[in-house]
Design a protein around this ligand. Structure first.
Ligand SMILES: [Zn+2]
Ligand SMILES: [Zn+2]
Length: 292
C-alpha cells in the first residue's frame, strides 16, 4: 500500500473497536484528530482496545452517541470524564443518560442539522429503532472524506438511504440472518422485536438496499452489529459480497467483530484491484475479510 506522505491532506482512516450486542465503538481519524462514535464497552475495555490500535487516548475531539442503549453507551460517561470530552447526542438520548448530573459537558444534535466538532462535521439523521431519539451519522473529516454509520435500524428508509450518499466508507448493520433468527433460541416476542420495523437490519435487507449506495468513491463497506446468536460472519459477507460483485463495484468489505478491533481501514484514494470487478462472491470480496 502506498501512502502519500507529502504536503497532501492528512491520512484518513477508520477502525471499529468492536461491534455487536455486547458493545459498539467506531473511531474516525484524520491525521492526529479523532472522533469516537458510541462507547458501548466499559471505559477500561475501550482504553485497552484503543491502545491495541495505537491510538492516543487523549486525542479525541468529542464523543458522539447514536442512542441510549447500553451496547452504545456503557463506557460513555466514564470515558468522557476521564478524557475530558464533550458528549454529543440527541435530546432524547441525553435525557436517558443524565450525563450533566455527572459533570460531563453535553451538546444536543438534531436530525438534519450539521454540527461542527473540531474540524469534523457530523450530520445526524433519524433512524427507525426502539430507542428515545436514535440517529445515524455521516461524518465529514474536514478534508473531504465522508463516513456513514447506519446501525440499529429496523428497516430500510428513504430518509436514511438518502443521507448515505457520496461516502468513502459505509458502516452498515447486518444484524441477523432471517433463517437463523427464525429457527434460533430467542423467545418469540424478542424475535419479533429484532425483525420488526424498529429492531435491527438483516443481512438480506442490508444487501437489498446496498446497490444504490455503491459508487466509485465508496472504498469500504463495514458490516456492523452482527448478532452472535442469529448470524455468522460468512453469511453476512456472502449476502453483501454477492451484491457488491453483481453491481461490479470495487468496494471492499470488512466484517467487524465483537471480540476484537478491525484493522485500520484507509479512506485515501486507492486503485481497485481488477479482480474485484468480477468473479464469485467468495473470491474478490472475501479477500479483505477480517475475523472469522
Ligand atoms: Zn439499540
Ligand atoms: Zn445496538
Amino acid at each position: 500500500m502506498q501512502l502519500d506522505l507529502g504536503l497532501a491532506a492528512p491520512a484518513a482512516r477508520i477502525v471499529v473497536l468492536g461491534s455487536g450486542s455486547g458493545g459498539n465503538v467506531l473511531v474516525v481519524e484524520c491525521g492526529s484528530r479523532r472522533l469516537m462514535i458510541d462507547a458501548g464497552f466499559s471505559c477500561r475495555e475501550i482504553e485497552s482496545r484503543l491502545k491495541q490500535c495505537q491510538v492516543d487516548l487523549d486525542g479525541f475531539e468529542g464523543l458522539v452517541l447514536t442512542h441510549e442503549h447500553s451496547d452504545h453507551t456503557r463506557g460513555a460517561a466514564r470515558f468522557a470524564k476521564r478524557h475530558d470530552l464533550k458528549v454529543y447526542a440527541t435530546a432524547g438520548t441525553l435525557g436517558e443518560l443524565d450525563l450533566g448530573a455527572k459533570g460531563i459537558p453535553t451538546q444536543k444534535v438534531r436530525s438534519g442539522e450539521a454540527l461542527e466538532i473540531g474540524n469534523f462535521v457530523v450530520e445526524p439523521f433519524e433512524i427507525p429503532h426502539d430507542a428515545r431519539e436514535p440517529v445515524g451519522y455521516v461524518v465529514e473529516d474536514g478534508t473531504g472524506h465522508r463516513v456513514g454509520l447506519a446501525a440499529d435500524l429496523g428497516t430500510w428508509s428513504q430518509l436514511v438511504w438518502g443521507r448515505l450518499t457520496n461516502l468513502d466508507a459505509l458502516v452498515l448493520e447486518t444484524n441477523h440472518d432471517l433463517e437463523m433468527l427464525r429457527s434460533g433460541p430467542y423467545p418469540w416476542p424478542l424475535k419479533q422485536r429484532v425483525a420488526g420495523r424498529h429492531g435491527h437490519l438483516s443481512n438480506a435487507e442490508a444487501a437489498r438496499g446496498l446497490p444504490e449506495l455503491l459508487s466509485d468513491r465508496l472504498k469500504w463497506v463495514v458490516l456492523y452489529h452482527l448478532s452472535r446468536t442469529n448470524n455468522l460472519p460468512a453469511l453476512a459477507l456472502e449476502a453483501v459480497g454477492e451484491t457488491v460483485n453483481r453491481c461490479g463495484a470495487a468496494t471492499q468489505i470488512c466484517v467487524s467483530d465483537q471480540g476484537q478491533p478491525t484493522p485500520w481501514l484507509d479512506l485515501e484514494d486507492w486503485t481497485a484491484p481488477d479482480t474485484a470487478l468480477t468473479g464469485e462472491p467468495d473470491s474478490a470480496a472475501a479477500d479483505p475479510l477480517q475475523g472469522s
